[in-house]
Design a protein around this ligand. Structure first.
Ligand SMILES: Nc1nc2c(c(=O)[nH]1)N(C=O)[C@@H](CNc1ccc(C(=O)N[C@@H](CCC(=O)O)C(=O)O)cc1)CN2
Ligand SMILES: Nc1nc2c(ncn2[C@@H]2O[C@H](COP(=O)(O)OP(=O)(O)OP(=O)(O)O)[C@@H](O)[C@H]2O)c(=O)[nH]1
Ligand SMILES: [Mg+2]
Length: 439
């Protein structure tokens, strides 16, 4: 594989498996229009058609068997998604038509595209940076409007721009330091070093703070409900969902196995996890459920710790790892309160009192540290690169000029990795492995 153009032509079904109104087979590479000539008959020939045009006609298999009628779209490199010649065949959306059409394209010399290979080619052609390519994946997978908005921002290049602005500041400071290395007795003036580095650090701290929100918005969050038996966990889960998903009874120890349910909370895909009530028990099955509840809470993005507000307060019998995000909830707020605590939100699953505020608190806990209009870091890969850049900038601030220069070079390398200007093939492979075929 060379980075300056591919000799092979790739083909894939671009639309989702299944029956639909329209389906698309896409072909990209130097032979794309020749493949199109071989399987499409219309008033014009694809290889003689200008880019940006479509032709209406029929798709024909070997032996001139007519497969379907439809459209052939012609793109000429570099004016296409991949930057190469591209032909698209838009058929009736039948898996039977699409698979025959793809088979025909392969007969005519194309090879099956690997997952993400169209977008990989767009990246290697310089039409997208790596953060934009990741945004393409986020966009395809977006199930909520928040996820879509973040992905669209990323795809527009807003994340790359945000990173580039920080990098430009670091580059200026690095240049100032290098210019002064020959005159070490003078030192770089504060306004050319200390001030911009403080700014870069603040910008990177703000950027790193978006990683959690970005990942939660695109991949969703796991939210575990824990508490003693009868605290009202299953009732609260049902109240948040708006339907009776989990069994509720007055008998403590009703929920034994954990149970998951999906919910979209202000645009964030949330998996709610109901767990067994926490208590010491001789019952082996229940004890297994309790152990499971503790480990589910430890693995969750956010824990709702429920305590029965109608009974004298008892502390929760678990230690959560430091750093775990917890919202404390006083349940059964419709009954007379046996205790009060400003740190616990009063909620009634019966009347719904306190539920809107709880939803808001959950949303704030999951997305609170990122400003809404800005481009967020949405993958762990991006977050890791941003954190490394931040660590190097922080080191640079305390070091003498020559060593600070080295740290700034490292910070710039980490930022270039973030946008994909300076990454190894392994990293690129890892990014595109997550794509589906046809994207
Ligand atoms: N049918 C279809 N719809 C699609 C795609 C596709 O490949 N096919 N896309 C794929 O993911 C997305 C759109 N992405 C695209 C990006 C650039 C170009 C393109 O041809 N750009 C040229 C021409 C621009 C122009 O005519 O103004 C260019 O940038 O030079 C096409 C699709 C979403 N919708
Ligand atoms: N009045 C009132 N009763 C509630 C409320 N929430 C739960 N209950 C009652 O409390 C009892 C226990 O509720 P569950 O939701 O099953 O409690 P749980 O925490 O899931 O209990 P386990 O599964 O046994 O651990 C049931 O009788 C519920 O009807 C509430 O907000 N108000
Ligand atoms: Mg329960």
């Amino acid at each position: 594989m060379t980075r300056l153009g591919f000799s092979d032509t790739i083909a894939a079904i671009a639309t989702a498996p299944g029956h639909a109104g329209v389906g698309i087979v896409r072909v990209s590479g130097p032979g794309a229009l020749r493949v199109a000539d071989g399987l499409f008959r219309g008033r014009g020939q694809p290889s003689r058609t200008r880019g940006g045009r479509f032709l209406y006609g029929e798709f024909v298999a070997e032996g001139a068997e007519r497969l379907d009628d439809g459209l052939c779209l012609v793109f000429r490199g570099p004016h296409s998604y991949t930057g190469e010649d591209v032909a698209e065949f838009q058929t009736h959306g039948s898996p039977a038509v699409l698979s025959r059409l793809l088979a025909r394209a392969l007969d005519l010399g194309a090879r099956p595209a690997r997952p993400g290979e169209f977008t990989l080619r767009a990246y290697l052609a310089g039409r997208l940076d790596l953060a934009q390519a990741e945004a393409v994946l986020d966009l395809v997978n977006a199930g909520t409007d928040t996820a879509r908005r973040q992905a669209a921002l990323g795809l527009s290049g807003a994340l790359g721009d945000r990173v580039d602005r920080i990098a430009a500041g670091l580059t200026r400071t690095l240049a100032a330091i290098q210019a002064m290395l020959d005159y070490p007795e003078e030192g770089v003036p504060e306004e050319e070093r200390g001030v911009p580095l403080a700014q870069a650090e603040a910008d990177l701290v703000a950027l790193v703070a978006t990683a959690r929100a970005g990942q939660v918005a695109t991949r969703g969050a796991r939210l575990a409900l824990i508490g003693r038996p009868n605290a009202g966990k299953s009732s609260l889960l049902n109240a948040l969902l708006g339907y009776e998903r989990s069994i509720v009874t007055p008998i403590p120890g009703t929920t034994r196995d954990y149970l998951e349910a999906q919910l979209s909370l202000a645009g964030v895909p949330v998996t709610l996890v109901d767990t067994a009530g926490l208590r010491e028990t001789a019952d082996e099955v229940e004890a297994a459920g309790v152990r499971q509840a503790v480990s589910l809470a430890q693995g969750a993005d956010l824990v709702l710790a429920l305590e029965d507000g109608s009974l004298p307060r008892e502390s929760l019998p678990v230690d959560l790892p430091p750093g775990t995000r917890v919202i404390r909830v006083r349940t059964k707020a419709d009954l007379s309160a046996a205790w009060e605590d400003a740190g616990a939100r009063a909620v009634s699953a019966v009347t719904g009192a306190g539920l809107p505020e709880l939803r808001e608190a959950i949303h704030a806990a999951l997305l609170g540290d990122a400003a809404r209009g800005e481009a967020w870091l949405t993958t762990e890969r991006q977050a890791d690169a941003a954190r490394r850049a931040l660590a190097h900038v922080q080191a640079a601030r305390t070091l003498p000029d020559d060593l600070a220069g080295y740290e700034l070079e490292e910070a710039l390398r980490a930022l270039a990795e973030l946008t994909g200007r300076d990454v190894s093939e392994d990293v690129v492979d890892a990014v595109f492995r997550n794509f589906c075929v046809g994207k």
